[in-house]
Design a protein around this ligand. Structure first.
Ligand code: FAD
Length: 491
């Protein structure tokens, strides 16, 4: 195979997102040489475009607000929310390490944790946001990885794992710039390639029940599931793959040439949702994956319309880089979407809007009238579904908008099964020598840490934490350091 570029390293990391960068930092600190191979032109993965929120228990931010939180309480919330398929051992492991090995660790790398937001299923505030969200967090991790001497190969797509009998001994890949192939010899290989929710075919393969519905791709662009294939080919065990976490406050991205991607929109507390029969069906303030998604999926057909009047669009945010300038919303682009998307209808009257979206006019108008009437009652919550009214108003200012919403596959709660050292396990639950997996490819950590539902902040947090664990143990197997220990919070 003359002409193939050959490289050699101690640890080869696939993917330079949250897990990959955390793993690289850990492995470099243990003294191992690392190369992180990233198929995109820049590092960061889904993590850098994420909200950045991490579930953290017992943090100084909680203490400063008088919030008493303990690993026991968080563990109870976690298991109640995630259900029987949540991995209790990994959940406990993560929760106990969030304070010292995520919050303080990230602070030492320059990350500033700035505030917390309520999320469904949590008894107390613990979704903790870094300054400038995922961008701020990942910028610091990438800087730290580089500063510690970690190598980064960009536009380098890994296409195969190299094996010697049972042992994984390296990689093969392709340089996307030159088209040239390369081979890497490594003592250990660490797969941190993220999820598969930007590969609709793979989503529908694990969720055949949704094949007749419109489902949208909604993770980072690199979340195409290549890492899952590589691990499967090496004999790794994939588990809970049907645990796909959907959001429903999302509309098709009409600019996507493949017509597969969706756009998440937020900050429209005034809106209501109606189904294709023109009826409300849910408390729109509960928009999470464990409340709104099952509610939308129970409609026939499985889509709905988010109804807004003109003032309600003023705060609308689209969670996609095209509609943002860093952490600022570009309003002109939001207007462009409202005016041009074929999945958004606009009308001068509510009756005309009913026509435009093809719902029964009298049912729809009666629904709006009933909703509007609650504002005169002085109630805090409207009686039909309990939506809080404080940030809402009646529908009274034209033009009126209807944004068509469909389920969007955002996060993968199943993936590669690993042990607590992040060693990839085969179908006999034996570790495959030389092979590690962390982050979303491993269902965020271990295979299925969340179960069917996440408390939020339970994706990025476990991805980064498991990255650290994997980096420490991959370095140890390669002959560097004592493996990841960390400092559990047993209070
Ligand atoms: C818009 C958005 C907002 C989110 N907000 C939050 C939040 O606030 N809180 C939270 O907990 N979670 C959030 N998440 C989820 C969270 O960001 C991900 O679960 C997390 O980033 C996973 O980290 P990772 O390192 O496993 O994957 P990623 O960060 O996606 O990194 C994987 C990297 O691997 C690369 N890669 C894949 N295959 C290959 C290959 N064959 N060769 C080379 N490179 C490859 C990819 O290009 C990518 O850069 C959000 C997700 C999205 C999409």
């Amino acid at each position: 195979m003359a002409g193939i570029k050959r490289m050699e390293t101690d640890i080869a990391i696939i993917g330079a997102g949250g897990a990959g960068m955390a793993a690289g930092i850990e492995a470099r600190e243990a003294g191992a040489r690392t190369i992180a191979f990233e198929q995109a032109a820049a590092p960061g993965g889904a993590a850098i475009i994420s909200g950045g929120g991490c579930l953290i228990v017992g943090s100084p931010l909680q203490k400063s607000q008088g919030i008493h939180d303990t690993p026991d309480l968080a563990f109870k919330d976690w298991m109640d929310w995630g259900g029987p398929s949540a991995d209790a051992v990994w959940a406990r492991y993560y929760i106990e390490h969030t304070r010292d090995d995520l919050y303080f660790w990230a602070e030492r790398l320059g990350v500033r944790w700035v505030d917390m937001k309520p999320q469904e299923g949590n008894s107390v505030l613990r979704w903790t946001r870094p300054e400038r969200n995922g961008l701020g967090l990942m910028t610091k991790l990438i800087e730290a990885y580089r500063a510690k001497g970690g190598a980064l190969a960009l536009e380098a797509e890994i296409t195969a794992l190299r094996r010697d009998n049972d042992r994984v001994v390296g990689l093969e890949g392709i340089d996307r710039k030159s088209g040239e192939r390369f081979e890497v010899a490594a003592r250990t290989v660490l797969v941190a390639s993220g999820g598969f929710n930007s590969n609709l075919d793979m989503v529908l393969e694990v969720r055949p029940d949704l094949r007749n519905d419109r489902i949208m791709e909604g993770s980072g662009r690199g979340s195409t599931g290549i890492g899952h294939r590589l691990v499967r080919e090496a004999g790794g065990y994939l588990t809970h793959m049907d645990h796909v976490w959907f959001y429903v406050y999302a509309t098709p991205d009409y600019r996507d040439p493949g017509q597969r991607r969706g756009l998440v929109f937020r900050q429209a507390p005034g809106y209501i949702w109606v189904n294709q029969q023109g009826r409300r069906f849910h408390n729109e303030a509960l928009s999470g994956g464990n409340s709104a998604s099952p509610a939308l999926l129970a409609q026939t057909p499985r889509h709905a319309w988010a109804i807004l009047d003109r003032p309600m669009t003023a705060t609308l945010e689209i969670a996609d880089p095209y509609y943002r300038d860093g952490d600022k919303v570009v309003r002109a682009k939001v207007e462009e979407l409202l005016d041009n998307s074929p999945f958004i209808r606009k009308a001068a009257t509510l009756a005309a809007l009913a026509e435009a979206i093809g719902v029964d006019r009298s049912v729809f108008l009666a629904e709006i009238e009933r909703y509007n009437a609650t504002f005169a009652t002085g109630l805090r919550n409207e009686p039909a579904f309990g939506k809080p009214l404080a940030a809402s108003k009646p529908f009274d200012t034209a033009p009126y908008y209807a944004i068509q919403i469909f389920p969007l596959a955002r996060k993968n709660f199943g993936g590669v099964k690993t042990d607590l050292r992040c060693r990839v396990l085969d179908k006999h639950f034996e570790p495959i020598p030389g092979l590690y997996a962390a982050g979303e490819v491993a269902g965020m950590a271990g295979g299925h840490i969340n179960g069917r539902a996440g408390l939020e902040g339970t994706m990025l947090g476990p991805a980064i934490f498991s990255g650290r664990v994997a980096g420490g143990w991959a370095a140890h197997e390669a002959g560097f350091g004592a493996g990841f220990k960390g400092s559990p919070n047993r209070s």
